[in-house]
Design a protein around this ligand. Sequence first.
Ligand code: NAD
Length: 355
Amino acid sequence: MKILVTGGAGFIGSAVVRRIIEHSDYEVVNVDKLTYAGNLDSIQLIADDPRYIFEQADICSLEVMNRVFAEHQPDVIMHLAAESHVDRSIDGPMDFIQTNIIGTYTLLEAARFYYSQLGEEKQRNFKFHHISTDEVYGDLDDTRALFTEETAYDPSSPYSASKASSDHLVRAWHRTYGLPVVVTNCSNNYGPFHFPEKLIPLMILNALEGKQLPVYGDGQQIRDWLYVEDHASALLQVATQGKIGETYNIGGLNEKTNLEVVTHICELLQELEPSLPSGISHYKELITFVEDRPGHDLRYAIDASKLERELGWEPTETFESGLKKTVIWFLENKEWWSRVLDGSYQLERLGQSTK
Ligand code: NAD
C-alpha cells in the first residue's frame, strides 16, 4: 500500500510519516510545501528509507497535485497540510484561507479526477482521510459536556473557521461526487518535534532560558491533550480501517487548564533540570499572566468513545507520562530546537524536490 501524506514535515505529519516507515511495510509519499512549520529535521531518521519519497509541493496548485497523483498512484491520502497556529490566524488570516480552504478544495479536485481514472479494485480500496481539529466545535460552557461527532460546528477563530470550512468541503465531495472520505477531529496534541511557538514547547524552552512564561488571561482555559504518537496511531488506524463517510473524534480524556499545564512543566523541569537559570529558585516564578487572546475558547473536551468502540483504538500515554516524555525529549534534543530557534532548519528547504 502507498500512502500520500500532505504536511508530513509538520509536527503531526512527521509523526505519521515516521510511524508508517517504522511500524508498517507501506510506502509513503510526503507532499509538503515546507512553510516555516515544515522541518525536514523531524523526518531525518527515516529519510533514507527506500519506502519514503519527498515532494516539495504546494497543495494549492492543481497542476502539481494532478502530476503528483498520476506519478505516485497512491492508495490512501492522509491530508494534514494546513496553517495551524491560532495566534497567527488572528494576526493574518489570508494564509489560512488559502491553504486550509483553497488547498483542501484543490486536493479534493485532484483526488476526484485521480479516483475517476482508477480501476474497480483500486477504487474499492481508495480513501481520502481529512485530518482536522476539535476547535471546529467552538467551546463548551457546561463543565460536563463533551464534543461528539454529532456536535454542531461553531468555530471561533479564523483558524478553526478555515478548518470547519475544509471539513464541510470534504463531506460535500463525498455526498456530491462519491469520493470515499473519512474525517477525524482531534484535541490538542503535544510531544517531540513540536514547533516552539505552541504552548508546551514554548514554555519548556522559555523556562530553560530563564524567560517569562506568558499565560493568557487567568490561565483557566481548558484543553484536552493527546500525545502526538497516540494521535498518529489513531490516524493510521482510521486511514486503513475507518468506514467511508464516517467521522471519528480523537482525544485522550486529559482535560487540563493552561495554568495546570504550565505549572506541571515547571515541576517536571525542577525535577529533571535542577540547575536553574540565575535569579530564580523555582521555574514557577517565571509564570506571568498576559492579556487574553480575542475570541479565546474556554473549554474543549472530546468524546473519543466511537473510535475506541468501533476500531479498538486507545491512547497509550496519560497526560503525566506523555508530558514527562516530552520534557525529557526537549532536554535531550537541543540540536533539533536550536536549529528551529536560529532558523537554520529552513536553509535546506530550497532546491529540495524528490529524493
Ligand atoms: P504544522 O503547522 O506543524 O504542520 C503543517 C505542515 O503543513 C507543515 O509541514 C507545512 O510546511 C505544511 N503546509 C502548510 N501549507 C502547505 C501547503 N500549502 N502545501 C503543502 N504543505 C503545506 O501542523 P500540525 O500541528 O502538524 O497539524 C497537522 C494537521 O492536524 C492540521 O491539519 C491541523 O489542523 C490538524 N490538527 C492539529 C492539532 C494540533 O494540536 N497541532 C490538533 C488537531 C488537528
